[in-house]
Unconditional design. Structure first.
Length: 196
């Protein structure tokens, strides 16, 4: 997924302020993907090449910065879903499986996204609900697979979120349990199939 689509820059922001904001977000994306929520604001400012005061003018605290990055990640996940929805040449089940695999892979590469998706944060849940098309896109992927008869008739989009979050946790410890993520992913994909 690499660089997530940048969210809209606030109106009437000076060109240099907008550049600083993007440099801060780029540094935060990179450092938080590697270090997660433990990343220090001073490290982000240093990596962005801006003063700490500039960082705090743009984002008053770390939570504000994380919230912006979470918003970006949700837009990127929505783009993944919409890419799959557009692939009408393959089955609905293949499209759903492709999304689940991609979401797990992304979490494995981005510790910050894993932490955001698994945080018991009302703010993050609110951002997810407010991201246009995010839940609708996942509902569509699941509904089409249900209509096709290729998944359990009671599978919901919430189930898929829980599955990807659970696998996201395993991606963070795969170093100690090599091969576990792929195996559990296949078990999980089998598990959402039609009941025998």
């Amino acid at each position: 997924m690499g660089n997530a689509a940048t969210t809209e820059v606030p109106p009437r922001m000076r060109a240099d302020a907008a550049r600083n904001r993007e440099r801060i977000l780029e540094a935060a994306r990179r450092l938080m993907a590697e270090q997660g929520g433990e990343t220090e604001m001073t490290d982000i400012a240093r990596a962005a090449g801006v003063g700490v005061g500039t960082l705090y003018r743009r984002f008053p605290d770390k939570n504000a910065l994380i919230t912006e990055l979470v918003r970006e990640k949700f837009f990127a996940l929505r783009a993944l879903m919409q890419e799959e929805i557009a692939k009408r040449e393959i089955s609905a089940r293949e499209r759903l499986d492709n999304y689940i695999r991609a979401a797990c892979e992304v979490q494995g590469k981005d510790r910050g996204l894993y932490e955001a998706m698994n945080a018991a944060s009302a703010e993050h849940a609110k951002i997810a609900r407010e991201t246009p098309g995010l839940i609708d896109s996942l509902e569509q992927l699941v509904a089409e697979a249900r209509e096709e008869g290729s998944v359990r008739e009671d599978l919901t989009w919430e189930d898929v979120v829980m599955c990807t979050c659970a696998l996201g946790h395993i991606t963070q410890i795969e170093e100690d349990l090599p091969g576990t993520v792929g195996r559990l992913l296949e078990i999980q994909l089998d598990g959402i199939g039609p009941r025998r």
